[in-house]
Design a protein around this ligand. Structure first.
Ligand code: GLN
Length: 492
């Protein structure tokens, strides 16, 4: 079969269960595609062909024995931030170029238990800091829609792999938009769950109070299948919440768009730098939702101007603390021939970390230092609370909030934006992480250069089912999520 990569997760599940094809055939099909096409996309850092085929054979045996579950035998790509036992986990950094984790991240372990076959580990901005995936030690990944553009970041490898049909779905993480923005740039659906919904155990930390893993796939339905695997309490992550998970697949039709109140923040559509095509496509998608019965309500989110400065204090502050563990002593990169301990620390860190990471460690350390702590870090925490309250107030009168996922479509590779320009591109995503809320990106069309545009829907706490359901219904009525980049149409 040459078109296995066009099947949805449900179709893959049914095909495997009905013995229309085996997991070995499916896995070989994807491995062949990766071999042929990924030289152009560069989405994978590590392809685990041998382990994948062994896993595939084991899942085929389980299917035959009648012990399979719904995703048994379906392939997946993991962002290279999730620890994988026996397979290197780099977080896109020279610092971890040789790192092989002694254990699996909970998300990876749950995937294995569900019978998912790991195709490999996909590229990302170093330690998830960035919006283009160009900050990777392993070089830039290309956007399948136009290879001279970035796929977004930091989960750019996940997005590019799925958009080029080099994996049926992938895990991502989102600290300030890293699932939603690459999903938007690559024409995919991506869900950032409520903080605490998905275990962070074994997920290399960037900013611990913001980090959250989630699914990236073509459709809300595909994401729902992966959410059913990823979500849930984990005793190994003290911030994961003990709360029953929904059956995200069963709930796909659980929310009616009829009567759904969608808040349109007036500040969001007047942001300088909001591309005219992005604005037009997002407005068209809202019009479509209105035709489907939704009620559009203008709302105020008065803290919008504070998002970027607040996030870019808190995230680097937490990063500077989290990244202290990379000291050249215990694991990771170690500088050669140190003259003393201080030299070992200094050179390991300046040789092992890239420029953006070093910049953020410096900013974060400064913000946390005695004398500046109250003026910067504590103040940012207070503003963070105000941002959260702003959302909660809005949710008193609306069910979800609509926004673009990003003010622009995918940048050109090498565009070399200044840090400030780059950080301003995160305006629509970072407040959601500061507030700990869930949000989803759905593809809603293209700009004049045929690059995808995304609509973001932000929900109240624990409303993942509702977000998936609303997007699912939008996707039943439209076909943006079925559009494929030319490179995805190529057969291996
Ligand atoms: N672009 C943002 C940053 O660089 C978000 C990254 C993320 O969500 N990991 O911090």
């Amino acid at each position: 079969m040459t078109d296995l990569h066009r099947l949805s997760i449900r179709e893959l599940s049914e095909g495997l269960a009905g013995a229309k094809f085996s997991s070995r055939e499916l896995t070989e099909h994807y491995l062949k595609r990766i071999e042929k096409i990924d030289a152009q996309v560069k989405s994978y850092v590590t392809v685990t062909a041998e382990q994948a085929l062994a896993q595939a054979d084991a899942t085929d045996a389980a299917i035959k024995a009648g012990t399979a579950s719904v995703l048994t035998g379906v392939p997946i790509a993991h962002k290279d931030i999730f620890c994988t036992q026996g397979i290197k986990t780099t977080a896109g950094s020279k610092m971890l170029d040789n790192f092989i984790s002694p254990y699996d991240a909970t998300v990876v372990a749950k995937g294995k238990a569900a019978g998912l076959v790991t195709l490999g580990k996909v590229n990302m901005d170093e330690f998830a800091m960035g919006s283009t995936s160009e900050n990777s030690y392993y070089g830039a990944t290309a956007n399948p829609w136009n290879l001279s553009h970035v796929p977004g970041g930091s989960s750019g490898g996940s997005a590019a792999a799925v958009a080029a049909d080099l994996a049926p779905f992938a895990t991502g993480t989102d600290t300030g938009g890293s699932i939603r923005q690459p999903a938007s740039f690559c024409g995919l659906t991506g869900l950032k769950p409520t903080y605490g919904r998905v275990s962070r155990f074994g997920m290399i930390a960037y900013a611990s109070s913001l980090d959250q893993g989630g699914p990236m796939a073509r459709s809300a339905e595909d994401c729902a299948y992966l959410m059913n695997v990823m979500a849930g309490h984990d005793a190994k992550d003290s911030t994961s919440v003990e709360k029953d998970i929904d059956n995200y697949v069963a709930n796909l039709n659980g929310t009616s768009v009829k009567g759904l109140r969608i808040g349109i923040p007036k500040q969001y559509f007047n942001v300088a730098g909001l591309d005219a095509d992005v604005k037009a496509r997002v407005e068209e998608s809202l019009k479509k939702l209105e035709e489907m019965g939704a009620i559009l309500v203008e709302i105020d989110l008065t803290m919008t101007d504070a998002y970027v400065p607040t996030y870019y204090l808190i995230a680097p502050a937490e990063a500077s603390s989290n990244l202290q563990r990379f000291d050249g002593v215990r694991y990771g990169y170690r500088a050669e021939n140190p003259v003393d301990l201080m030299d070992l620390y200094k050179r390991s860190r300046s040789e092992g970390f890239g420029k953006e990471v070093q910049q953020r460690i410096l900013i974060g350390t400064y913000a946390l230092s005695a004398g500046y702590y109250d003026a910067y870090y504590v103040k940012a925490q207070k503003v963070r609370r105000l941002i959260q309250q702003d959302f909660l107030k809005a949710f008193e009168s609306v069910d979800v909030i609509a926004a673009p996922a990003a003010p622009t479509t995918a940048y050109k590779i090498g565009a070399n934006l200044s840090p400030v320009e780059m950080y301003l591109g995160d305006i629509y995503t970072i407040a959601v992480n500061l507030a700990g809320l869930p949000a989803i990106n759905a593809p809603v069309g293209f700009d004049k250069d045929n690059l995808p545009v995304g609509l973001q829907l932000i929900g109240n706490y624990w409303s993942e089912s509702q977000l998936l359901s609303v997007v699912h219904q939008y996707q039943q009525a439209t076909d943006w999520h079925t559009k494929r980049a030319a490179i995805a149409e190529e057969n291996a």
